[in-house]
Design a protein around this ligand. Structure first.
Ligand SMILES: Nc1ncnc2c1ncn2[C@@H]1O[C@H](COP(=O)(O)OP(=O)(O)O)[C@@H](O)[C@H]1O
Ligand SMILES: [Mg+2]
Length: 318
């Protein structure tokens, strides 16, 4: 009763392809028999081979030219992109330069206004809201100044000179600068420095800025002002690089934003706490030193930043 209909089990596509194949085989068979009968088999095979080889070479040539054109187009696009990035960089540096003076003078005027108001003996007539607004404006001005200075600093880095520097010393200096930010908290900074680190050829001030940025981020990531920051320096003989590791036990970085943290102006912090330039500038500085900065993080457990910088020579005890 349930008889299978064989024809229905073959798909129409396979059926169509099968018919085309049979037709093609019949044409070839006719052609071979005809060629044999007329004694032209060898000549015809020669002609067909020639056509096939010619077609093959033409196709290869076309493919190669297409690939070359695509490659050229891609590199042109990259060039345009890097040129426009450089142009944006120049534009931003130009704007930063122009903004620097008006910002400084406005900030110092507001500062002296605040001081003048504070000197007034009879404080009853002072509108305290105006004073609070002025203080707020001054804070915002200072923030704008910091951003402008960072951008200016970055655009000037091409002109900075390099010297032989000791990374442990730069890290100690960075900790000294940040001392006020953690001395009265429950944060512990644990140092594990390799005392025989080879020197590196770099810019003391710029590298100091990198370590300040990275350690400051670690401090800001510690909830309730408590936790640990482990600072480690070591020499990697295989890569001839000095590695600086900064590990914190802070909030960690969510996976979905980790790819963005080195982008300019990317921040998750409140206005006034972060500008989103710290890691971008650090990345640029490390790149200019021929090094690498990388990050790994575990949400809720902490983050580790590793900076690798090419060493000048072999370490002293090797
Ligand atoms: N140690 C860290 N722990 C957690 N998040 C971090 C850490 N370092 C950087 N980040 C994240 O990367 C973002 C960008 O950092 P940064 O460029 O220094 O800018 P900013 O500190 O001004 O926000 C921060 O807003 C923060 O979300
Ligand atoms: Mg920062």
């Amino acid at each position: 009763m349930n008889k299978m209909n064989f024809k229905n089990t073959i798909s129409p596509q396979i059926e169509k392809n099968g018919l085309v194949l049979i037709a093609f085989a019949m044409v070839i068979l006719y052609w071979v028999i005809d060629s044999l009968a007329s004694g032209l088999l060898f000549t015809r095979i020669l002609i067909v081979s020639f056509v096939i080889i010619y077609g093959f070479f033409t196709q290869t040539l076309i493919n190669t030219r297409k690939a070359a054109l695509e490659e050229k187009e891609k590199s042109q696009q990259q060039l345009i992109q890097s040129e426009s990035l450089a142009a944006i960089g120049q534009l931003v540096a130009g704007i930063a330069h122009e903004l620097n003076n008006p910002l400084s003078s406005t900030a110092s005027l507001i500062q002296s206004d605040i001081e003048l108001i504070n000197e007034i003996k009879d404080k009853r007539d002072i509108d305290h809201e105006i004073l609070a607004d002025l203080r707020f404006s001054l804070r915002e001005m200072n923030r704008a100044e910091t951003i402008v200075k960072s951008v200016l600093g970055l655009s000037r880095q091409t002109q900075t000179y390099a010297e032989n520097v000791n990374i442990n010393k730069i890290l100690d200096d960075a900790l000294r600068v940040l001392h006020n930010q953690y001395s009265s908290s429950n944060i512990e900074i644990v140092k594990d420095f390799d005392e025989n680190l080879p020197e590196i050829n770099g810019n003391f001030a710029n590298l100091g800025q990198v370590f300040i940025n990275v350690i400051k981020n670690a401090l800001q990531a510690l909830p309730d002002d408590k936790g640990f920051i482990y600072l480690k320096t070591r020499y990697n003989k295989e890569t001839n690089c000095i590695e600086i590791e900064c590990r914190d036990t802070g909030e960690g970085i969510p996976n979905e934003i980790i790819k963005d943290i080195f982008k300019p102006f990317f921040t998750t912090k409140d206005v006034g706490k972060g500008s989103g330039l710290g890691l971008y500038i650090s990345h640029e500085i490390i790149k200019k030193h021929g090094g690498l900065i990388s990050v790994s993080s575990n949400k809720g457990k902490g983050s580790t930043f590793v900076i690798a910088l090419p060493a000048r020579g072999e370490r002293k005890d090797d």
